[in-house]
Write a protein that binds this ligand. Sequence first.
Ligand code: BES
Ligand code: MN
Ligand code: ZN
Length: 487
Amino acid sequence: MNVAPLTDLVTDVKADAIVVARFENEPLDGPIAAADKALGGLISKMIEFQQTSGKYAELRTIFAPAGLSAKRLVLLGLGDRETFHQGRAMAACGAASRNLAAEKLDRVAFYLPNDLSNELAAAALCGALQGMQGQDLYRAEKKINPCGELLWAGDAEAIRIGAILGGSVNLTRRLVDEPPSAMYPETFAQIAETVAKDCGLEIEVWDQEKLTAEKCGSLLAVARGSVKPPRLVIMRYQGGPAGSAPLALVGKGVTFDSGGLSIKPTDGMKTMKCDMAGAATVLGAMQAIAQLKLPVNVVGLMGLVENLLDGDAYKLGDVLTARSGKTIEVLNTDAEGRLVLADVLNVALDEKPAHLIDLATLTGACVVALGTDTAGLMTNDQAWCDQVKTASHTCGEAAWQLPMFPEFGDQIKSEVADIKNVGAGRWGGAMTAAKFLEEFVDGVSWTHIDIAGPSFVEGEKTWTGGGATGAFVRTLVEVAAAQGRAS
Ligand code: BES
Ligand code: MN
Ligand code: ZN
């Protein structure tokens, strides 16, 4: 979708629709005041008769608005200015654009209040772009139709950033929304190669042979149950000084999780194409970081496997030797994400990172604990976790920290091997999984983000028709930007 800056007055812009946003309980000002004047005070009358209040994500459409060149005017509520943040900017504009995307429109224009910060405006544009990409990739009659051109009134820098963020969030969403038989380790890696080429990123793709030579026994064991060979993608972006330690982003890329021999029931399996959302989030973030030319060094690592079952699948009771040399007793083949990440985190250590973040749709237990909208944060370095938390807060992406008490680590001790891949029972599963990962980061500053809840929605939200959300792409970009500002 083409995004173009808009300099026309609200009355003059020739478009199929114009969206004019305003805060609740504020006098009409700027573009909306101009529209009201052209309409002979209609908007003021609507407010007087309590037909519109400007409350958060409220939409009111006026067709064939007199005095305007556009075919329709959409009034969008932003809610209370005091509680407004990037997440609300994103979702409100997403709601408006999703509403318009029900029809095939050519030109859609957005006017936000003139005094929004560039950060809020960029998040709003990102949301508008998100609202125009649906999960109906394979429907003949699309429910969501991107418009031909999105016109955006505002600062050129905000438009540049918002368009990049929207493009990257939508890349992540599309990768996750693709069916698992289309998106498997090799096809994901090919897309990563294309992204790397387009953005000038350095890329390395490890195939089965290389992974074997590198002794990635833990990742390879999971991959053995599938005829699709695994891949490990390593992307490097150098925007900071040569030799300065990079930020490492690690993503779980299980392109389909059947559970393996510990097979999932249908209800648990039907959304498991989303189990590569961690890797897709890392790829989306790497694209945005490179396009924004952030002054920081970042390496992205994506561990790609399919967790299926066949005659050679890994078994309960198997003992794996991870790349780090640690031995792992397998007691549940559905706890596969941590086995993949064990080796990818170890490869990440070769990059001598200053800090590590991993993203994974790791546990259902995290969703039980925090609900579907909130990611779980777990760490071995409180100061680093606080920086990740601050970034997620800035972006309006919900995250909440869970404890890493040593007792959770006791649960993954094994009688047979160094550790086992599940805790003592189902309770506290998000933390026992994180304790397992901690075994593979060698004390390097690390934060784990369990995105099992927020990465994928089964129902509808105001700003998305369901499917992949692209959650935490913006947070990763903000973490990298903050690193750049600090150096
Ligand atoms: N991919 C799942 C976790 C998941 C669940 C992601 C729901 C998204 C939505 C993961 O591989 C898994 O199966 N975890 C098990 C762990 C258990 C076997 C210790 C789980 O959560 O049940
Ligand atoms: Mn699993
Ligand atoms: Zn999984």
